[in-house]
Every structure is written in structure tokens, then in C-alpha cells.
Ligand binder design. Structure first.
Ligand SMILES: [Zn+2]
Length: 304
């Protein structure tokens, strides 16, 4: 069953895809980028599994909600007739250990951010949010590890943890739970979606300027920077071979520009400089005209 709310790549991750190709990230930023990308890939693994559920459920992927000025994120929220299931999804890989309530890489003394605490926090903020919406369904959340190469030594029995080897039985459980959704559940799902905050307050990006970034077109598949073009009608990535029409690449580049510089006035000259590989300004101007509205005249004209 398709999710009721789809997962989109966060602004932060999309911006980092672009910045990583266009500037030298510090090792700290690179690490943060890799962490986010890995987390996102893990969420997609979980989405694959939930998309095969046949039961009468609402699946809301990636909710960022706010309660009393506190933001909390739920990787996946499943609404069944009688119960709400929030999932914190982790894509940790390798050996970890659990000791006195904390998580550590197996051979390290440096504890990592406790994912059970994250789950507890979201649950404690979700409960009053649901109550405000007039729902008092029980909440049964789990911390879900999706990477098949993950092992947690000394895992506690009394904490809501789903290990990679238990994902299939979790899906079976969700498929078998008696559930008949009503209009009220739909109302709840719609309200939660309308409360979703698209700009997460936790976004952490390095500082950058238009002039400081390398120009070129970014490959839609592997995110490498394409700086030259051999054929006129198509843009071809030298790294992965992906081909894209000029129109589609220009539109994606404009979106990327607006993601990094939300206040930027889009003009033919700016897009020409940003994309770098497109030979004719005329072509860019035609694409912008067809897809955006021209505002203003002469040297102040720009597209919105
Ligand atoms: Zn590529």
C-alpha cells in the first residue's frame, strides 16, 4: 500500500548533495553529510517494507512536529484502528553494545546519542499532540534497526527494540493487527500532515556564497558535477553515464539554486553561469520562459 504521506529528502540533505559537489566540505561536514545520507538510505529500506503492507493502515513517512515550541521528528508513523505506532529508524552498521542504558560502538568508550531516548522524547511529545487533536489512542513505538550487518551486544529485553532479524515479524504483526480505519483516523492523519514542519530547525549547513561555489550541472543520479558537455541536446554524466535532457537539467539547476539561495533573483545570466555547460543563453531563456513567470523589465527582469 502506498504511504499516505511520502518521504522527501530533507532540505538539509539536498543542500549538502549540492554543496558537497560544489565546494570542499570540512571533514566534520563530510561526516555529518555521510551520517544523514546513511540515515536516509535506512529510512528508504524501512519504507520498502511498509509499502508491502496490505492492512487498513495509514503510513506517514517523516513527520517533523512541534509541541510547545519543542520540535520532534518521527521517521515513520503508522496509524491503525486502535493503536499509533511511531518508529525511530536507524541504519547503524557493525557491532555495538548496550551498557547501563547507553549505546557504544562495541570496542569504544564513547557513547553515541541514545536512540531510545530519541524515541522516548518523540513519544512523550506525540501523546499531548494527539490529545490536543482529540485522540487518546495507545502509542506503541519502536526503535528499529534496519541494517542486516548490525549487531547489538547485551541488548535489553525490556526496551522496544526491533533488530534487523525481526523486521519480517514486525511487518507480519502490522499486517495482522485487526484494523478498520474510519473518517476520524483520516482526519487525524490529515491534521498531522498539515502540522508537518518542512524546515527542520536542526538544519546545519556550512557557510557558502554564490561566488565561492563551483559552477556546473549536478548529475541527478550520482550528484557529481558535470562541467563539460559533448552533445548539444543531452547532458551526460562522465561518472555514471546518466543522460538528461537540457530542459530537465536546467530546471533542476534552478531548483537547486533556489534551495541554496532562497532570495536569489533568477535571471538568464545567473542560470547560464550556474549551469556552465549550456552553450546558448537563448536556450536557457526559452526554458525559463516556458516554466516560470517573468517579473519586471529590462535589467531588473527576473523569473519567479
Ligand atoms: Zn552521474
Amino acid at each position: 500500500m502506498p504511504p499516505y504521506k511520502k518521504r522527501l529528502k530533507s532540505h538539509e540533505l539536498r543542500a549538502l548533495d549540492s554543496l558537497n559537489a560544489r565546494m570542499e566540505l570540512s571533514s566534520k561536514d563530510k561526516q555529518h553529510y555521510a551520517y544523514l545520507e546513511k540515515g536516509y538510505q535506512g529510512e528508504l529500506v524501512f519504507d520498502q517494507l511498509t509499502s508491502r503492507l496490505q492492512n487498513d493502515l495509514y503510513i506517514l513517512n517523516d513527520l517533523c512536529l512541534e509541541h510547545n515550541k519543542s520540535f520532534f521528528q518521527i521517521d515513520t508513523l503508522i496509524i491503525s484502528q486502535q493503536t499509533i505506532y511511531p518508529y525511530e529508524v536507524k541504519n547503524f552498521e557493525g557491532d555495538y553494545r548496550y551498557e547501563l542504558g547507553n549505546f557504544y560502538p562495541k570496542l569504544s568508550k564513547d557513547e553515541i546519542k541514545n536512540p531510545l531516548d530519541q524515541l522516548k522524547r518523540s513519544k512523550s511529545l506525540l501523546r499531548p499532540s494527539l490529545k490536543n487533536l482529540g485522540f487518546q489512542l495507545p502509542i506503541e513505538g519502536s526503535l528499529t534497526f534496519v541494517n542486516p550487518n548490525f549487531t547489538l551486544y547485551q541488548a535489553p529485553l525490556n526496551e522496544p527494540i526491533i533488530h534487523p532479524t525481526q523486521l519480517n515479524s514486525l511487518m507480519k504483526k502490522l499486517n495482522d493487527v485487526p484494523s478498520k480505519l474510519t473518517n476520524r483516523h483520516k482526519l487525524l492523519a490529515d491534521q498531522l500532515i498539515s502540522m508537518h514542519q518542512t524546515d527542520s530547525p536542526y538544519t546545519r549547513l556550512p557557510s557558502y556564497t554564490f561566488n565561492g561555489l563551483q559552477k556546473g550541472t549536478i548529475c541527478a543520479v550520482c550528484h557529481s558535477l558535470i562541467c563539460s558537455m559533448e552533445r548539444r541536446e543531452k547532458i551526460v554524466c562522465e561518472t555514471c553515464g546518466h543522460e538528461e535532457t537540457v530542459d530537465s537539467a536546467v530546471l533542476r539547476s534552478v531548483e537547486e539554486l533556489l534551495l541554496l539561495f532562497p532570495d536569489m533573483k533568477i535571471t538568464t545570466n545567473i542560470v547560464y553561469e550556474w549551469c556552465r555547460v549550456i552553450e546558448s543563453k537563448k536556450q536557457i531563456s526559452r526554458i525559463l520562459k516556458q516554466n516560470y513567470t517573468l517579473i519586471g523589465f529590462g535589467q531588473w527582469a527576473h523569473y519567479e
